[in-house]
Ligand binder design. Structure first.
Ligand SMILES: *Cc1c(COP(=O)(O)O)cnc(C)c1O
Ligand SMILES: [Zn+2]
Length: 398
């Protein structure tokens, strides 16, 4: 492992690699690993190679080992001619992150987070989540043989709780102000020797770079014009953008796509700030949306997403629940079943193309962040056609 630093995304303060802070001591904004300047792809057989082996040169600050891999990454990039045409753009692709081991992109950041925990000598890991991140951390904690603490809010539905419990973590329902749990868990973790791999901690964000790496390779290094990312805490979009930066540094691509963060209008603190021209988010009051996976009313990386987008030239959009549900069904029409949060990306394409922001020759990638099977309650919101018939009458309806 070489010497490395973490840098404050806001004030530029520099921290030594061994720091366990995820935020700046001076300004309380997120830290980020310094950019890799000279990485290379390690060519190999991707049927047997792990993502962290293939892209290992972009992770010189981790002791990489394949022992805890359960097959994260190398997800499909699906092109749809039908949706390209109906959206009236140049080409539309879907990066299908539901193909990950626990059916969401979170696995990419969980594995780098677990490696960091091991490098620091931790025996225990944890997370605060109500959904995809909890499942992911529980699964990787089990694979790594580490005690794993998962903190969820008291009101969590059984449908979500049991798929976390199956991995046998120390699963704790917490009664109280959920928004205080993020900071509280990091503090308690320090005292109790638990490494909390929360939503936007620097080593989780690092794992998300591989989404950008794969998109570049899948498009033969001919980068898209836009990448659309359903955004809550802001970790995913930050990681993806950093991945493109590092591939550009390495000379593998010549430009970085514009990043588009999409939020649900029922919980859109980053969109509101962007729309008002503010560089600081405010807590979103009374969030209410079908897209629960992106329902963070006070995203810890919200300000950094605004700063990143300003540098990158990207934008933030918001879409309503009706647009989200329509997009979920349209995505299913090409065989991809994403959860409502994931369908916001297609809803955003439709909105931006009808507003004339996206043009007829633009090449766009939607990130399908997680599987629709993880939130089947959303199916009740759809008009779904089901035919019932007696066996002897089957011939008439088939
Ligand atoms: C976590 C999650 C997001 C948002 O990612 P952030 O890193 O919190 O911005 C989007 N969609 C799904 C399905 C998620 O689980
Ligand atoms: Zn700072």
């Amino acid at each position: 492992m070489k010497d490395f630093h973490l840098i404050c995304t806001n004030c530029g303060a520099v921290y030594e690699g061994e720091t366990e802070n995820s935020k700046c001591k001076i300004c309380n904004e997120p830290l980020e690993l310094e950019e890799i300047r000279d990485g290379k792809i390690v060519q190999g057989n991707i049927l047997s190679q792990s993502i962290l082996n293939r892209y290992g040169e972009f992770y010189p600050y981790l002791q990489l080992s394949d022992e805890i891999s359960i097959g994260e990454g190398f997800t499909s990039l699906v092109y749809s001619e039908t949706l390209t045409e109906s959206c009236g753009i140049g080409s539309l692709y879907f990066k299908n992150e539901s193909e990950n081991p626990t059916w969401s992109f979170k696995d990419r950041g969980t594995i780098t987070g677990v490696m960091r925990a091991k490098d620091l000598g931790y025996k225990k890991i944890g997370t605060v989540s109500t959904g995809n991140m909890a499942t992911s951390v529980a699964a990787y904690g089990a694979m790594a043989g580490m005690e794993t603490v998962v903190l969820v809010k008291k009101e969590i539905a059984d449908e979500k709780l049991k798929p976390i419990a199956i991995y046998n973590p120390k699963l704790i329902k917490v009664d109280g102000d959920y928004s205080k749990l993020y900071d509280e868990s990091l503090k308690l973790g320090n005292e109790k020797g638990i490494y909390f791999i929360n939503s936007d901690v620097p080593f989780r964000v690092e794992g998300y770079k591989t989404i950008a790496f794969e998109i570049c390779e899948q498009l033969n290094f001919n980068v898209p014009d836009y990448v659309i990312v359903p955004t809550s805490a802001g970790g995913d979009i930050r990681g993806i953008e950093k991945g493109f930066r590092e591939f550009r540094n390495a000379g593998l691509i010549d430009r970085i796509p514009k990043m588009i963060a999409v939020q649900s209008s029922g919980c859109s603190p980053i969109y509101k700030a962007f729309d008002d021209g503010r560089m600081e988010i405010e807590r979103f009051q009374n969030p209410n949306t079908i897209a629960h996976a992106i329902e963070n009313p006070y995203p810890p990386s919200g300000n950094q997403v605004l700063r990143m987008l300003k540098r990158n030239g990207g934008i933030v959009v918001s879409v309503g629940d009706d647009e989200i549900l329509k997009a979920q069904k349209e995505m299913a029409s090409i065989g991809i079943f994403g959860q409502p949060a994931s369908a916001t990306s297609l809803a955003a394409v439709k909105k931006l193309s009808s507003q004339g922001y996206l043009k007829e020759d633009d090449r766009v990638v939607c990130i399908v962040t997680a599987s629709g099977l993880k939130y089947t309650a959303a199916l009740d919101k759809h008009d779904l056609d089901i035919i019932e018939v007696k066996l002897e009458n089957l011939k008439e309806v088939i």
